[in-house]
Design a protein around this ligand. Sequence first.
Ligand code: ATP
Ligand code: MG
Length: 488
Amino acid sequence: MDVALDGIGKGYGGTTVLDGVSVALRGGRVHGLVGENGAGKSTLARVLCGAVRADAGRVLVDGEPVALRSPRDALRHGIALVTQEGAIVPGLSVADNVLLGTRGALRARSADRDRIAALAARAGFALDPSARAGDLPLVHRQQVEILRALARGARVIALDEPTALLPAPAARRLLRLARDLAERDGLAVVLISHRLEEVLDACDTVTVLRDGRHVTTAPAADLTPRDLLRAMVGRPVDVLYPEPEPVPDDAPVVLSVRGLARGTAVRGVGLDVRAGEIVGLAGLVGSGRTETLRLIFGADRRDAGEVTIAGRRVAGRSPSRAMALGAGLVPESRAEQGLVLVRSAAENLALASLPERRRFGFVRRRAERSAITETADTLGVGGVGRPAWTLSGGNQQRTVFGKWLVRSPRLLLVDEPTRGVDVAAKAHVHRLIAGLAARGVAVLMASSEVEEVLGLAHRVLVLRDGRVAGEFPRGASAEDVLTTAGLR
Ligand SMILES: Nc1ncnc2c1ncn2[C@@H]1O[C@H](COP(=O)(O)OP(=O)(O)OP(=O)(O)O)[C@@H](O)[C@H]1O
Ligand SMILES: [Mg+2]
């Protein structure tokens, strides 16, 4: 089945988000869609699957114009969208979720379960149809969404940043599935991603969007990541990591951690971070990176260990105490932990500095307002006055980051700072972190991208099974780090 988006236009309140975009999707092919944050990728995918009504243009299925007024309409034409956030009902079983919305299927019968199990097997998913969807890890929730599309016989599947939250092996499996769906089953697959190498690897054809316009469509084989980047940004981009300022010899220790432990996730982590120092936390999924940050911040209760911030002990579970001592945590999941989506980005930035505002009252407020404007500028988040849910994924991520910048922290704990952030903006966030450190902020940064920690941090600690398994200087080889992390 072939689908053509023809001259698609879309605006929100006077702002043009898509401007006459035409893309042709063919059965049997994987079509990549790349562009900077806010370029219009997700919006285009939503138009394709009927979730957003275009203001202009047509959607043609096998040459015939079709009206897609809702996702249900689109599904009837065989078009489905799989988003990152996932749309599952946690209380229902996998099978019920897969059948969700189909007529008459309130509870899956055993015949349905068999059919779903067969589909899952064909897709290579180890999913139990009777498991409760809410208990599934993220990887499996995404699989439920994919199955839902397949169970309804979708011939076109759009995957919006499907690998952004996945550990590397799961991401590889997903990309292989995308190829299988195209090559083996003849589907047209759309793949949206900021990982340019992955796009070039998995796709036959790639389309670049910039500011809502179509820039180019070309065979992946003819493109390099650098070509894509230039087309996305419209100018040559400097993606080198900023050289961090050397840490002064007399820089005081801002964060000191000894014997930190919780369950089997973290089993005795010790580390120091000095003022102006960026310490990277590398490790495989499940190595304890996120949990270590959360324990330091007091977001979770620790079983054992001591945390000292600026020379003061921080008791068990007390984020407010950590915050009062100048610590901030930028969490890995923006939507769940970081943002109030119905509030504007500006309000989200302001919320982060609430405790101080209470303490200092009126005078402080003006300073705060300028801090917010400045932060939004620094982050390059446009439209700070609009509800956060209308921001593109990457701009939401940057807003979460900004929340902590307006507090002028002494210690910044950062988890996956550039996840879902486009390549150019990524360099921006890197410069931001380096700039904070240069001003004396102690930074402890976890990232699943080894290149990122090695490029940005003064030194890198490698976690493995909840323990510090090794330490590397900036610029060490990624391979050595990964070997220490336990990658086979
Ligand atoms: N409901 C809405 N109301 C107002 N503006 C919106 C709405 N939905 C999207 N936008 C705006 O449209 C533009 C394109 O957003 P879109 O989500 O399509 O970007 P994207 O290319 O997917 O970016 P990212 O890589 O960050 O996910 C952004 O400026 C976004 O803020
Ligand atoms: Mg998007």
